[in-house]
Design a binder for this molecule. Structure first.
Ligand SMILES: [Zn+2]
Length: 593
């Protein structure tokens, strides 16, 4: 069977940039928001009954939905070709219209402020409002950080350069060209392709791949540009803290939007940092297995043991994913099947295509998945990961629009769970020798998604804290800080062949530019998923309960939602029990040396 491996955007959106419908939809954005404002701007603050608020919610969500369709289309188009300038220009145009439109609706936040905390809380307790409860609770919590209408307007207009900083980052990193010598032949490759060589059996190729990335990211021009983009984003974040009066913790803004209590996040970071020696044990065992105990370098971290170098075609990989879904749940299987058959998966790398992988979904619409499949076992895991997201987006359709999206800290649950299901399947398909390799890869992934993400956030927290307290940081300062955090994580097991001043690893992490501190969601999501997975396996959580957690979207704060299923995320034991699962696997791995 040959699956369609390209997005068919014209089936879901427009036939192209010149589609008259696109022009009409863009032209409608401002009139639609004007009409909405006309209807509610002078009455909203006088609303007193739940029925009135329900009517408002319904009109608001219909309006927002129709408004954003052009930008989804343009975003997908630019993911397929980040170098398409016509698309980029159109995106900027639409972005500016959004800024104007959202300026037109700033009264909403102001009226919520006038309606006030007590009235909003009263509505949140009304059974008629049950399906909007969590949105009302976050609104009640959030109004204390909303500034006056004039200030909000200024902030909104001033935020344009910030989104330019972000698209500068995307465009710039998308334009980088990589060369690598493979078998004596110089090849031009995409970043994704170069990265996939970091898992090559041949150490020279791994080193080449590492050096190929370093040639680009360590060039002075790149360092100056990315360093300045990053520090401007951090400075903007810092100004928001001051202006909005967030609690004095640089992560507070993220924690509020993530519905995570500060002390829960601190506990997550502390518990994982405490467990760093586990990572070092794994790396030490691995170094012995590949005979590099005296000279284990950064480019050996992703090394395979050299037992199997299994390659998959995309069809084989997708079939494997499908068979795992079929064994788990028919709804998971059906949706995975629809995703591929209905042309919503773009599978292969190509020049100009955005790197990495993502799933995108929204209320009332189908999910889309972008991949850069290169045939490795890891890429098969990525399929399950992103399809997990897509299914989560599908199951959450049960929720109303304002509470459709789950908090980011819950957003990785379905994806990691699906990866774990795939992992079990792989385990049952391979020989004992191959299992050794599998465990190596599996642990590599776990440490990358729990430990390294925590290290990223610890680095970010330090950068943000220093800049927030008024210090200036050059790219060299960032490099040195990055090295100090790496030292803590690796504990002397990894040898470096460049000095700390040139350690530009931070500059390659897209999340620190786009969504500061987001990476802790991966660590949290992984540990949480270990807990959920164990519970489903031992029967203390039914499959339907698990699906209900996914169906709940953003309708409840993670802490309370999970408490209903016997999980207390505010207790250190929760994190320790997840980390114990990792320790068991490390012990198993050490025994194989
Ligand atoms: Zn994900």
């Amino acid at each position: 069977m040959t699956y369609p491996i390209k997005w068919n955007l014209s089936r879901y959106f427009y036939t192209g940039l010149d589609d008259p419908k696109l022009a009409t939809d863009i032209a409608n954005i401002l009139p639609v928001t004007e009409n909405f404002s006309k209807k509610y701007e002078h009455t909203f603050h006088t609303f007193s009954t739940p029925e009135q608020i329900l009517g408002f919610y319904s009109d608001y969500t219909t309006m927002s939905h129709s408004m954003v369709t052009p930008s989804y289309y343009l975003f997908y188009r630019s993911s397929l070709d980040t170098q398409d300038l016509a698309v980029t220009k159109k995106m900027w145009e639409v972005d500016y219209i959004y800024t104007l439109a959202s300026n037109q609706m700033l009264w909403i936040a102001q009226w919520w402020k006038i309606i006030g905390y007590d009235r909003i809380m009263e509505w949140s307790r009304d059974p008629k409002m049950a399906r909007y409860k969590n949105d009302l609770l976050s609104t009640a919590d959030g109004i204390k950080y909303i500034l006056g209408e004039a200030e909000e307007k200024v902030l909104n207009l001033k935020s344009r350069p910030l989104s330019l900083a972000n698209s500068l980052h995307d465009e710039l990193t998308g334009s980088y060209e990589y060369t690598m010598k493979i078998d004596g032949v110089e090849k031009n490759l995409t970043e994704e392709e170069v990265r996939s060589y970091r898992q090559h059996t041949d150490r020279n190729i791994r080193r080449e791949s590492y050096e190929s990335l370093r040639r680009v990211y360590n060039s002075k021009q790149t360092q100056i540009t990315l360093g300045n983009i990053y520090t401007s984003i951090v400075k903007d974040w810092s100004s928001e803290i001051t202006m909005r009066g967030y609690p004095d913790n640089v992560m507070a803004g993220r924690n509020i939007s993530e519905e995570m209590d500060d002390e829960v996040v601190d506990m997550l970071l502390t518990e994982v940092e405490w467990a760093y020696p586990l990572y070092q044990r794994f790396l030490r065992a691995k170094a012995k297995m590949i005979w590099l105990q005296d000279d284990f370098s950064v480019y050996d971290i992703g090394a395979p043991l050299g037992i199997v170098d299994k390659n998959f075609t995309f069809d084989e990989a997708y079939d494997l994913h499908l068979s795992v879904m079929r064994d788990f749940d028919s709804e998971f299987y059906d949706y995975s099947m629809r995703m591929i058959e209905e042309e919503r998966i773009d599978a292969l790398p190509q020049a100009g295509k955005r790197g990495g992988a993502y799933a995108s979904y929204r209320k009332w619409e189908e999910s889309f998945v972008l991949l850069n499949f290169t045939g490795k076992l890891r890429d098969v895991s990525t399929i399950s990961h992103e399809l997990g997201h897509a299914i989560h987006g599908y199951l959450s359709q049960w929720q109303e629009a304002p509470v459709y999206d789950s908090a980011l800290s819950m957003a990785e649950t379905a994806s990691i769970f699906a990866e774990m299901l795939l992992g079990e399947k792989v385990k049952s398909l391979v020989t004992a020798e191959e299992y050794k390799e599998y465990l190596n890869e599996r642990l590599g992934d776990i440490f990358a998604t729990i430990f390294r993400q925590v290290q990223y956030v610890a680095f970010e927290r330090e950068v943000h804290t220093q800049i927030h307290s008024g210090e200036e940081l050059s790219y060299k300062d960032l490099n040195i800080l990055w090295r100090s955090h790496q030292d803590k994580l690796y504990g002397g097991v990894v040898a470096y062949d460049i000095n700390a001043e040139s350690e530009s690893g931070w500059s390659m992490i897209p999340h620190i530019y786009h969504t500061p501190f987001y990476c802790y969601a991966y660590a949290f999501g992984n540990l949480l998923t270990f807990a959920l997975y164990n519970k489903v396996q031992d029967g203390s959580l039914s499959k339907e309960d698990y699906k209900d957690i996914l169906r709940s979207g953003g309708s409840e704060r993670p802490r309370y939602l999970l408490a209903r299923y016997g999980i207390d995320i505010a207790s250190p034991e929760f994190y320790q029990s997840g980390l114990r699962e990792v320790e068991k696997m490390v012990e198993e791995f050490e025994k194989m040396v």
